[in-house]
Design a protein around this ligand. Structure first.
Ligand code: NDP
Length: 247
């Protein structure tokens, strides 16, 4: 890959980039020439593997562990990006967890942890990043929602609520900042082969998907890559399903 001067090189932050979908997104963004900050919670070994792979492919990036539920930690992390790069053009809000159970069995902490990570995490990070994008009059924000947030999934009242909330936030924020050339979109993956779906009856699930299989993290990443590009300038406030036809 030819080296890009640091002024013209876009800066990206991908939350939850140590593994799964976030890892695949970080890899394609770096391969397309962006400097990518890889956020994660605690899995340092997996995050380092992602960064090593990026560097082996001629890309560049840095590890940026912090808990997206922690307002102060988020502020420190975004401050570090701005201190080092002076700008941030791309934010992918991907960090997420699930704690599935029927609502009758759900404890308040199961509700709160999922909402805190999947929805308040978006708020903690995006609020700060948008402030840095506005004066530059450019930005791309992609939120990783889910089919579960579009149609609801039994056993996922907390998760579906968090992912539906993310869709509402995407549409509202898009309207607030469209005039500054900052686009905000969501992608809604169906079942994607990552650690998150381990333990689910995958053969049975595959049969219920029109495409007959689960999706790959790379298939989500390529769609995100396009939404992060200059060519996607007129797409904002949208939700793109990546689900093999399941809804
Ligand atoms: P994984 O469980 O494989 O990875 C989750 C990532 O999120 C990890 O990098 C993890 O970091 C990070 N993370 C979790 N909590 C926090 C936190 N508090 N602060 C910072 N980082 C955190 O998940 P997937 O790759 O499968 O999912 C990625 C996103 O896509 C999620 O938002 C998920 O809801 C969504 N999604 C996934 C689908 C699927 O079928 N896999 C379908 C639809 C949506 P660490 O490694 O340090 O724990």
């Amino acid at each position: 890959m030819s080296k890009i001067s640091s002024d013209s090189q876009e800066t990206a932050l991908v939350t939850g980039a140590s593994r799964g979908i976030g890892r695949a997104i970080a890899i394609v963004l770096a391969a397309s020439g962006r400097f990518v900050y890889l956020n994660y919670h605690s899995n340092h070994a997996k995050a380092q593997q992602t960064l090593d792979q990026i560097k082996e492919q001629g890309g560049d990036g840095a590890l940026l562990p912090f808990d997206v539920t922690d307002k102060q930690a988020s502020e420190t992390a975004i401050g570090k990006i701005i201190a080092e790069k002076g700008k941030i053009e791309i934010l992918v809000n991907n960090a997420g967890i699930r704690e599935d159970m029927l609502m009758v069995w759900m404890k308040e902490e199961n509700w709160q942890r999922v909402l805190d990570t999947n929805l308040t995490g978006f708020f903690n990070v995006t609020r700060l990043v948008v402030k840095k994008m506005l004066p530059k009059r450019y930005g791309r924000i992609i939120n990783i929602s889910s089919t579960s947030g579009q149609v609801g999934q039994a056993g996922q009242v907390n998760y579906s609520a968090s992912k539906a909330g993310l869709i509402g936030a995407t549409m509202a924020l898009a309207k607030e900042i469209a005039k500054r050339n900052i686009t905000v979109n969501a992608v809604a993956p169906g079942f994607i082969e990552t650690e998150m779906v381990e333990g689910l009856p995958l053969d049975q699930i595959a049969q219920s998907i029109p495409a007959g299989r689960l999706g790959l993290p790379e298939e989500v990443a390529d769609a995100v890559l396009f939404l992060c590009s200059r060519k996607a300038a007129y797409i904002t406030g949208q939700v793109l399903g990546i689900n093999g036809g399941i809804c």
